[in-house]
Design a protein around this ligand. Structure first.
Ligand SMILES: [Zn+2]
Length: 75
């Protein structure tokens, strides 16, 4: 059942994400960093991606949450 996910794609299952996981928008490359939160949506720093509200979209291009891919750790 391979769907040809992008490398690092998490399959849309946010429950699998670490709380400090950073994700990147596939459309505009905006990065959501839990350490910074999201001022646009008034998301406080320290909010994991998995805890973002259902209606959250990319603050830059309006892409939905499942349009984000997990990016490498320790960079
Ligand atoms: Zn975007």
């Amino acid at each position: 059942m391979s769907q040809g996910f992008f490398a690092g794609a998490y399959g849309g299952d946010v429950a699998k994400l670490d709380d400090d996981a950073r994700l990147e928008c596939r459309i505009c490359w905006h990065i959501y960093d839990p350490a910074e939160g999201d001022p646009y949506w008034q998301i406080p720093p320290g909010t994991p991606f998995s805890r973002l509200p259902e209606h959250w979209t990319c603050p830059n291009c309006d892409s939905p949450r499942d349009g984000f891919i997990l990016i490498g750790e320790g960079r």
